[in-house]
Design a protein around this ligand. Structure first.
Ligand code: CA
Length: 724
């Protein structure tokens, strides 16, 4: 009798109750069906490709969640990862199963309805390799194709897993990390039984390339280098032989750069592959190519034959690139009427601040207009397709403040396009950066080799530094009309490093912010309709899908990435785990409060001169600030060197020089620093700690008065910088 009851209960649960979790057979059946045709098709219920379908417009046709119903949107579930660094991945969703990547290239398969973990795969990235990653231990997602989940790792491997179980099918070393400090943070793209991946490392000195692998075996099918190697070794193809004419000096000794670290787009209509090529290595053109030259194919969009990797055409946006102006940003495919003619185009809003419309059948520039404040060029000459540079652009005789900054007017954070409004939504940045020539440039293996000092002018104290940062570095969500090449509306943000964007048929645009809000706006007007406290910064882009006919929206929350590490925005609380957040109508979930922030008091600095602290500052900004933050203010997820437990200061040399903490990702720097350098860095850090302590110990009434003064100073400085 009891048995029968249990059986009846089981039957009723299975038929009318909550649906049982996805079995490996369910997942296998669903993911086996994902192929080139499936990704190319408009499939509202799933999110099959990185930018949804191959056009990468990041538009969802779902409209249950819309400008009317949005007020009922709430948290359906959240999934905590075991790390608290930046999350940049776009989830791939196939029939109720979600595949995401977290920190250290870990992959998770989740039930898209409940957030239950189905499997996890940890590629065990050696933590020491974090030093070779310019921009955090991030990963922008997986590709799914015929039952496989494919992803890149920080130490430049490409791995294919069984989508149903998470077991490994194959693994290849996609770039030679014994010779060069390559990393992979980008999402692979898949089509016609091939998987394409590029790599990063142009801040360190590598030679960029993309390669195609057989999706079933991992065999490398072709490779396309974006910059020429040593002419004495011969060139891989004619396109590189032609490119070599645009270089001077001995660039190959410094790598040359041109990494394809993010945008790779397959165009099924024209059967072409477009890659966005990165900055030069080192950044400074005068060092890289002393007698000038355009340096092809840096900062270019290059079209390749997807089957062979052969060069088809290119358009170079920034000839003689010298500012970290990559063309790796999101490339979107579209059809549009241009001057009365139907054209197949691509759209890109790269770092250099101009919105490009390129005819993708032949690479011809149709239009380039500034979508942000720009002072390195006045406009593009439409006859030649080249920018007309200003006098300050090449910081010829003295350092110059250039807009946009090396962060770009738009970075990797994906844009979105709504065919309903005709607008492209850009996570835009307004910032400047002081570029100048590094003295006595020396190429150092495994370190940043920019040819430009990263150290910016020192503010009298870190409160003023933070206020100044807020004055000169801001962000916005910019709705851009590509037909008129002008802004339709924009929403300003105090901080620059905001999330990627999703547009939906519900007249909505979703975006997370640097301050940790997940927001929805009306797509046509920019009116804010909804927000949710994510308790940590959001940099990733949202996606939308359905399970059993119900619409969901998912976004990853986790602060970090390049600016998220380097820019010292002091966090009020401790950092929560980085999470996957999923929303639906009628849900009312909440997130737990953040952990408390623990501040250890640093010892007082030993007797040092002002000159020594200054030297320590320069060394700190050359070797430490990329992770521990400008002015020794960290983002909280990476140890703040002003507030370490005492034992760290006691073992400072052993950590900084000998790599005592290498298993945690902090390698030794004895190849470039000696004991004296370590002493100076420590002196600078402890001086910063002392200054921070003084501010915290200042009575609040006196601090309020001081803050009025600081804000006034920051406003005046901001006003002056605004004119640049
Ligand atoms: Ca770069």
């Amino acid at each position: 009798m009891r048995k029968l009851f249990v059986m009846l209960l089981w039957v009723s649960l299975a038929t009318i109750g909550p649906v049982a979790a996805k079995t490996p057979d369910d997942i296998r059946a669903a993911t086996e069906a994902v192929d080139t045709a499936a990704i190319a098709a408009e499939n509202a219920d799933n999110w099959l490709g990185h930018g949804n379908d191959y056009r990468e417009q990041r538009y969802s046709q779902l409209d249950q969640i819309n400008d009317d119903t949005i007020e009922n949107l709430g948290l359906a579930w959240s999934f905590d990862t075991e790390f608290n660094r930046g999350l940049e991945a776009t989830p791939i969703v196939v029939d109720g199963v979600m595949f995401v990547t977290g920190n250290w290239s870990v992959v998770y398969a989740l039930d898209a309805k409940t957030g239950k973990r189905l499997w996890k795969y940890d590629p065990e990235v050696p933590r020491e390799w974090a030093k070779m990653a310019c921009c955090d231990v991030v990963n922008r997602g997986v590709a799914v194709y015929q039952g496989k989940v494919i992803f890149g790792t920080l130490d430049a491997r490409l791995i294919a897993l069984d989508a149903a179980t998470g077991e490994k099918h194959w693994e290849v070393q996609a770039a030679d990390i014994k010779q060069y400090p390559y990393t992979i943070t980008g999402a692979p793209r898949v089509f016609k039984d091939k998987v394409i991946i590029g790599n990063g490392g142009a801040e360190y000195g590598v030679r960029g390339f993309v390669s195609a692998f057989d999706v079933n075996t991992g065999e490398e099918l072709w490779r396309f280098y974006t910059v020429p190697g040593n002419p004495a070794d011969g060139f891989e193809n004619e396109a590189l032989e032609r490119a070599a004419d645009t270089w001077t000096g001995e660039w190959w000794k410094m790598g040359g750069g041109g990494t394809v670290w993010d945008s790779i787009v397959y165009d099924p209509e024209l059967d072409q592959l477009y890659i966005g090529v990165g900055n030069g290595s080192p950044w400074n053109h005068k060092i890289r190519s002393p007698e000038g030259g355009d340096n092809l194919y840096l900062s270019s969009i290059v079209a390749l034959n997807p089957d062979t990797g052969e060069y088809l055409w290119h358009y170079q946006q920034t000839p003689g690139e010298s500012w970290d102006f990559t063309a790796t940003q999101h490339i979107m495919l579209a059809d549009m009427e241009w001057q009365g003619e139907a054209r197949k185009v691509l759209w890109q809003a790269p770092k250099n601040g101009f919105f490009f419309i390129v005819d993708r059948s032949n690479g011809k520039l149709l239009s380039a207009e500034p979508y942000a404040r720009v002072n390195w060029a006045t406009h593009y000459d439409m006859e030649t397709g080249r920018p007309v540079e200003t006098d300050r652009a090449r910081y010829q005789d003295k350092p110059e403040f250039i807009r946009p900054s090396s962060m770009g007017a738009h970075n990797w954070h994906p844009m979105a396009y709504s065919p309903k409004t005709g607008l492209v939504y850009i996570p835009a940045i307004d910032a400047l950066f002081k570029y100048g020539d590094a003295k006595n440039y020396l190429h150092q293996w495994g370190h940043w080799n920019l040819g430009i000092p990263l150290e910016q002018d020192a503010a009298p104290n870190h409160i003023l530094a933070q206020l100044m940062l807020r004055q000169v570095t801001t962000g916005s969500l910019l709705a851009w009309d590509p037909v008129t090449q002008s802004a339709a509306w924009s929403v300003p943000y105090q901080r620059p490093w905001n999330g990627g964007v999703l547009a939906t048929a519900g007249n909505l645009v979703f975006q997370g912010t640097a301050k940790g809000e997940f927001r929805a706006y009306r797509a046509d007007t920019g009116e804010q309709l909804w927000s949710f406290d994510a308790r940590t910064a959001i940099i990733a882009a949202p996606v939308s899908y359905t399970v059993e006919g119900e619409q969901y929206v998912t976004v990853l929350a986790g602060q970090g990435g390049a600016f998220g590490l380097v820019a010292g925005y002091e966090q009020e609380g401790g950092i929560p785990p980085s999470r996957v957040l999923t929303f639906k109508l009628g849900a009312e979930g909440t997130l737990p409060a953040n952990p408390e922030k623990i501040l250890f008091e640093a010892p007082l600095p030993e007797a040092v001169t002002e000159e020594e602290v200054k030297k320590g500052r320069t060394l700190y900004h050359e070797y430490c600030s990329g992770c521990h933050g400008v002015d020794a203010v960290s983002n909280g997820a990476i140890p703040d060197l002003r507030h370490l437990p005492p034992v760290f200061y006691e073992n400072f040399d052993a950590i900084v020089l000998d790599g005592m903490m290498r298993k945690a990702g902090m390698v030794g720097f004895s190849d470039v620093l000696d004991k004296e350098d370590s002493r100076l860095i420590k002196a600078y850090v402890l001086t910063q700690a002392q200054e921070d302590r003084k501010i915290r110990e200042t009575p609040s009434w006196w601090m309020s008065i001081k803050m009025v003064f600081f804000k006034t100073v920051a406003n005046i400085l901001g006003w002056i910088m605004d004119k640049v």
